[in-house]
Design a protein around this ligand. Structure first.
Ligand SMILES: NC(=O)C1=CN([C@@H]2O[C@H](COP(=O)(O)OP(=O)(O)OC[C@H]3O[C@@H](n4cnc5c(N)ncnc54)[C@H](OP(=O)(O)O)[C@@H]3O)[C@@H](O)[C@H]2O)C=CC1
Ligand SMILES: N[C@@H](CC=O)C(=O)O
Length: 817
């Protein structure tokens, strides 16, 4: 024999019932079938609602019953369209009779104003009684040899209404004798319901139809049990939370049990025990895609390709912490804690105790929080009054996320990877539990982190080839728009070669903010951004934090001080920062140091390679030197693309101001070009290099020798250009003097022994800085290892395209951390 169970969606409508019957008909060709059915999807909830309404004196329960009747009536008409009048009348009678009973029952509840567990069990049983009658009639109408079997005559339980426990021995006997009396090709049996020794209706818990099927499979020693549902098997994670979740083909009973306990809703947890005891294979199949393989739960599945089989979660969790020095070394505290909870019938989901014995922590369903608190505080009233332990401390809004897999046993590094992946994404772990069997590692985290945590873990354990990265880009100007262009072009390459799915979730400037959590269209963004709503920087920060997406990176492509002010908040939430904005790294040393330490503390990136020399690997090289123990003694550099361009192109044949305008037009200058021309931009770059070399320095420690007449720095940018034009002779004189000496003008930054200065110099031929073309930058590092011959980094040091490519490279570094 074989047992096939069809869940609520599989029998939710006449069409679905037809699909289920087709599956049964095909199976019956091989061997007799026991078809266990749930109530039509949504019926049980409706019945409970009607019962509660009636008990509360709300007459609207009768409308609920009418709706249920109409729904069953409609299904019956469709399913039985071709049967004789006589058959139809008899089916209708049985359906209407049930509704009459149901109506009477609800009237009684209404009159008494009370809904006991016993009555509720009876009330709920009508869902399966009706559906199974309907399915049996439809099967008969199709010419199948069907017997309707009342589960209450098959499955015996005790009289604990609501949570009845099965009497296996009597159930086995009743099933055997029924089989003898009523042999048939197909039995149709209502799931979920049973009866106690007095014949009173009991139920097996929500989802209990799976259990009914497993009990019958065990009692009949069936060849197999099939659970037909609306998904193609047990999944590696909840597909509503993880898009890339996939079905698990083969899994052991123990693993399936762990996963079903931890919220894999396709299987009611107690289902596995009866079939596991007899080694009956259990299939989970999809009624709506019957050809899909599904999941086979069996004794010894082949070794899985992945160490972890699935990731599961339980929401609505409260942690109860019992703490106090009075517990240490005294036997019996845990026993009393668990006894107090058990007296209130509170189920303990998770237990942890530190070896200091100073605290015990248990996880319970959130709805049990208040009764648990009362029960435990009462139990320990004496100790609490004496100050030996604290009153029970509940922590709410938590969830469990668990890794499940038999291969985790004796496999080092699994917990390390788990903690690393969660830690990098700012998911704080409140408690941990791992049984000695090593089949399950459970972590308790904030409920609001569950989606992110499961996705991060799914990527870490199942998608070695893919990691999703979520970018929030502020400042799509000169550099920012080039960056977006490069990202759009390289997305396929990143996925294929680096396994990175880089999505731009938000783009904002000072006026608008465009957001799409599924990733923006990187071609249409300029028009869409212009139409998008306004958002303050504070709101943008909250957007990044609030979305709580895994592997989030804030990309600051502005020159704005306020934007630099949000890094600390983001790093503290494990959001990585990639900035070409130089404000933060050149701000007060204390702030710079705080950002560096937050990045360490929260194990996330703060990268700003483009702050010096655009995309040239200057900061990276310096970091490599110092990390390997070298000491930077001296640096000599040209760090302004703008100034190098200007002095390479100015010879007095056209006005100095015009050459500066050209540098601005070509995208080398800061948004405010006065920063370049005044030497301030170079000063902040040498400051950043000195700091990265290990010096504690402030901007005020940098000596800036400006070559601009003071009048050029008064007023706004237009006044700056006007004043430069007015002082043309000053610039010409600087040029002529250098040329007369056979030298070139270079704006040079120098650092030595903790002191730094920037200024214009005449550089002679043969000097390392003399032959520096166009907008190039160069840095000469003199260190303990590079004593006479410096380590030189040289190349294009400004421009939107190259700078964007440097930001891009930092994004990849942050993504691959
Ligand atoms: N050009 C280069 O060679 C290099 C540049 N950099 C750095 O790149 C950064 C950007 O330069 P660049 O692209 O030329 O500058 P742009 O002026 O072209 O772009 C700046 C962008 O920032 C936005 N922005 C400004 N203030 C805010 C704010 N408060 N909130 C949100 N968005 C804001 C602007 O939006 P809006 O249009 O609304 O004002 C604009 O989109 C600068 O920090 C610069 O130092 C670094 C290395 C090299
Ligand atoms: N304005 C800067 C650009 C990069 O920092 C420069 O000219 O070097």
């Amino acid at each position: 024999m074989q047992v096939l169970k069809f869940g609520g969606t599989s029998v939710a409508s006449a069409e679905n019932i037809q699909k289920s019957l087709a599956i049964v008909a095909q199976a019956a060709v091989e061997a007799p079938v026991v078809m266990v059915v749930s109530a039509l999807g949504g019926t049980t909830d409706a019945l409970i609602g009607a019962g509660r309404a009636a008990a509360a004196g709300d007459a609207s329960y009768s409308e609920t019953l009418q709706l249920l009747l109409a729904r069953h009536d409609e299904a019956a008409r469709k399913l039985l369209a071709n049967v004789s009048e006589e058959t139809l009348a008899s089916v209708y009678e049985s359906v209407y009779d049930r509704f009459e009973e149901l109506t009477e029952l609800c009237k009684g509840i209404f009159a008494l104003g009370e809904l006991s567990n016993r009555t509720l069990d009876r009330l709920m049983s009508y869902g399966e009684l009706l559906s199974s009658r309907l399915v049996a009639a439809a099967a008969q109408a199709q010419g199948m040899h069907v017997v309707w079997a009342d589960a209450r005559q098959l499955i015996r339980t005790n009289s604990r209404f609501g949570t009845a426990e099965v009497d296996m021995v009597t159930t086995q006997q009743q099933v055997a004798s029924f089989k003898e009396k009523m042999p048939a090709e197909i039995w149709v049996v209502p799931g979920f319901i049973a009866a106690d020794s007095n014949g009173a209706t009991t139920t097996l818990g929500r989802g209990g139809s799976d259990y009914t099927a497993a009990l019958l499979a065990a009692a009949l020693d069936a060849e197999k049990l099939e659970i037909w549902t609306d998904v193609s098997g047990m999944m590696t994670a909840d597909p509503r939370l993880v898009r890339s979740a996939r079905p698990i083909a083969r899994i052991s009973y123990q693993e399936a049990m762990e996963l079903s306990h931890f919220g894999a809703k396709v299987l009611y947890p107690p289902t596995i025990q009866p079939v596991m005891q007899r080694g009956i294979p259990l299939w989970i199949k999809n009624t709506f895609a019957p050809d899909d393989y599904g999941t086979l739960v069996e004794v010894a599945p082949p070794r899985a390709a992945t160490v972890v089989q699935g990731i599961s979660s339980i929401g609505n969790l409260t942690l109860l912490n019992l703490e106090g020095s009075g517990m240490v070394g005294i036997p019996g505290f845990s026993k009393r804690l668990f006894a107090a909870l058990a007296r209130e019938r509170i189920n303990v989901i998770l237990i942890t105790q530190s070896s200091s014995e100073h605290s015990i922590c248990v996880g319970v369903n959130a709805q049990d929080t208040a009764p648990a608190q009362v029960a435990v505080d009462e139990e320990f009233a004496t100790e609490i009054a004496a100050g030996r332990i604290e009153p029970l401390r509940p922590e709410k809004d938590l969830a469990i996320v668990a890794l499940v897999g038999e291969n985790m046993k004796d496999h080092p590094g699994i917990s390390g990877k788990l903690f690393g992946a969660l830690g990098q994404n700012g998911v704080n772990i409140r408690a941990i539990a791992q049984g000695a069997s090593e089949k399950n590692i459970s972590t308790v985290i904030r409920a609001q982190d569950v989606r992110k945590a499961i996705n991060v873990l799914h990527e870490a354990f199942f998608e070695a080839t893919k990691k999703q990265v979520n970018l929030f880009i502020l400042g799509p100007g000169n550099v920012g728009s080039k960056l977006i262009e490069q990202l759009a072009r390289q997305q396929p390459h990143l996925l294929e070669k680096l396994g990175l799915q880089v999505r731009v979730v938000a783009i904002a400037n000072s006026r608008h903010c465009l957001v799409d959590e599924n990733g923006l269209d990187l071609t249409a963004w300029p028009e869409e951004l212009a139409q998008a709503p306004a958002q303050t920087l504070e709101e943008f920060t909250q957007l990044i934090i609030g979305r709580n997406l895994r592997n989030s990176i804030f990309v600051d492509v502005t020159a704005n001080p306020a934007a630099a002010g949000i890094y600390a908040d983001l790093l503290a939430k494990s959001v990585a920062i990639v900035a070409c904005n130089k404000v933060a790294a050149s701000s007060d040393y204390a702030h710079y140091a705080k950002l560096k330490s937050l990045s360490k503390e929260f194990n996330t990136s703060y990268l700003f390679e483009t702050n010096v020399g655009a995309a040239l690997p200057i900061i990276g090289t310096l970091n490599d030197l110092t990390r390997s123990g070298d000491v930077v003694r001296r640096m000599e550099a040209v760090l302004s693309g703008t100034l190098n361009f200007v002095f390479n192109n100015y010879d007095g044949s056209r006005p100095f101001a015009e050459v500066v305008r050209q540098a601005q037009a070509e995208g080398y200058t800061e948004p405010d070009p006065r920063l370049d021309l005044s030497g301030s931009d170079v000063a902040r770059k040498i400051l950043i290099l000195a700091r990265e070399a290990g010096q504690v320095m402030e901007m005020s420690d940098i000596e800036i020798e400006t070559f601009l007449p003071p009048a050029c720095l008064e007023g706004d940018v237009e006044a700056f250009y006007t004043q430069m034009a007015a002082h043309e002779s000053h610039f010409k004189a600087l040029y002529d003097a250098a040329t007369a000496a056979g030298k070139r003008l270079k704006f040079v930054a120098r650092y030595a022994d903790g002191r730094a200065a920037v200024g214009l110099q005449q550089v002679a031929p043969g000097h390392d800085l003399y032959d520096l073309r166009g907008k190039d930058n160069v840095v000469l590092f003199y260190t303990d290892r590079y004593v006479d011959q410096p380590l030189v980094v040289k190349g294009a040091g400004a421009g939107a395209e190259v700078t964007a490519s440097g930001v891009f490279a930092d994004i990849i570094r942050a993504a691959r951390l």
